[in-house]
Design a protein around this ligand. Structure first.
Ligand code: DQA
Length: 145
């Protein structure tokens, strides 16, 4: 099984940005956690990050050609307004999980809306970095009892 983990804008600044919200762990440490989890689940994983909307769309389209089996995506602030990322996700039929490190519903009103979630199968929010690992469990079918 091939899983693609996409992180959107500012997530490369984990451990630097708003530590009270996103924690002290760096993006590189998150990637190490994800690779460790992939070994445990015996799945292939690619981690990829971009601050650019069009690049994220290109990467999603690439997932179609590369026959990726499942996608974990944290679209960052694009979650709240990118209909273009919504459309790119909607075009893909493999399972997709939207992850938010913070509990977006407990924050500013603009974060309460996700325009990308309707194009995904599942959402995990407010579980910190372990939300990414839970999303991988979901894709690997480990949560299905
Ligand atoms: C985020 C929440 C978004 O509102 C924010 O713009 C982010 C990160 C999260 O992981 O909690 O960049 O997606």
């Amino acid at each position: 099984m091939k899983i693609l983990v996409i992180n959107g804008p500012n997530l490369n600044f984990l451990g630097i940005r708003e530590k009270g919200i996103y924690g002290e762990t760096s993006y590189n440490d998150l990637i190490s956690m994800i690779y460790q989890k992939a070994r445990e689940l015996d799945v292939e994983v690619e981690c990829w990050q971009s601050n650019h909307e069009g690049a994220i769309i290109d990467k999603l389209q690439d997932a179609y050609f590369k026959k990726v089996d499942g996608i974990v995506i944290n679209p960052g602030a694009y979650t709240h307004y990118s209909y273009a990322i919504h459309d790119a996700l909607k075009a893909l039929t493999m399972p997709k999980v939207e992850v938010h490190i913070s509990d977006v519903d407990a924050r500013e009103a603009f974060r309460h809306v996700s325009v990308t979630l309707p194009a995904c199968d599942h959402q995990i929010k407010g579980h910190g970095l372990k939300g990414y690992l839970e999303a991988m469990d979901y894709l690997a079918g480990k949560n299905l009892g």
